[in-house]
Design a protein around this ligand. Sequence first.
Ligand SMILES: O=C(O)CCC(=O)C(=O)O
Length: 327
Amino acid sequence: MLMKIEAGRLSEEQVALFKKEGYFIAENVFDPADLELLRLDLEKEIGIKIDELARDGKLEKTYPEEAFEQRLTRIYHDNKENGEAVMRHLEGVRGGGYQGHSMFDLITHPKLLEAVSSLVGPEIVASSVYRIRPKVPGIGRGDVPWHQDSGYFSAHCDKHLILTCWIPLVNATAENGCMEILPKTHETGILEHHSGGNSGLLVIKDEDLPSGGPQKIVAECPLGGVIFMTNLTPHCSTPNTSDTIRWSVDLRFQSSSTPSNVGLWPNKNKEDGESNMQIACYPPEADFVVQSDSDPDAVVSYEDFTVRRAAYEPLDIKGPRNWTPVA
Ligand SMILES: O=C(O)CCC(=O)C(=O)O
């Protein structure tokens, strides 16, 4: 269900609803204009890669006149490999990918942090486990199988709230492949996952999803809205059957009292290495402080954010869980 929040925060009743359902959809966290710079930067970034592919003789038609919701579709449909190259450019080698200023500004946006603080408290750590997802019509790559985000995180973090904020950059609808969520099932703990689902993602088999309980909901969300979810909330996303791209970004936040790798520099300090790294909920990617009254100096600037992320980039740290491959 879609709800309005007031004064930027979830009310006590809304927080209680989030805790009961495992998710909450707020339709009015942002003004659409707040997201415009990121949309423009992603559009520019796509253009940079398309021009590079054209210079390398890999494509002729670059579709500069096409809108944000269309251009990548044209590239994909002309040649899948070129589409994939643009996707990889946005996704980066690991973790988050595109990290321009507008991406950082979204992660640290006061409106978002205000809403987040009503769920995780005022001392907030953000994670590099953020993703940019252009779901291109007719291209299965963006379809995400059923999973809990905790399937990707260390088991010792199952008992902590790692808040996913799923932010559409267009209106997300059933037709263009919004998420589906299984409500009231996040308190059952981690479900059996398997590796190697669509696009190499983790997957919960249908028979391992809680049954007999509440039905899945189709989580439509307008531009300006945010879907808040717990790390144990099962969710998936369905094919885009529209003719425009479903753009979204998902970010993750946690209280600074939960396990993270804030303050660790394993590329610089030996003692910050392997064993300490395993404390974090997702050791391969850098966490960073985005809001703190108790230690305002710890809050990262844009430069700190890029330096921290770069420090983790060359590290060869494996994801924490070993699920068996899907049969
Ligand atoms: O954006 C999607 O299609 C799926 C997002 C997702 O699975 C997630 O944020 O964990």
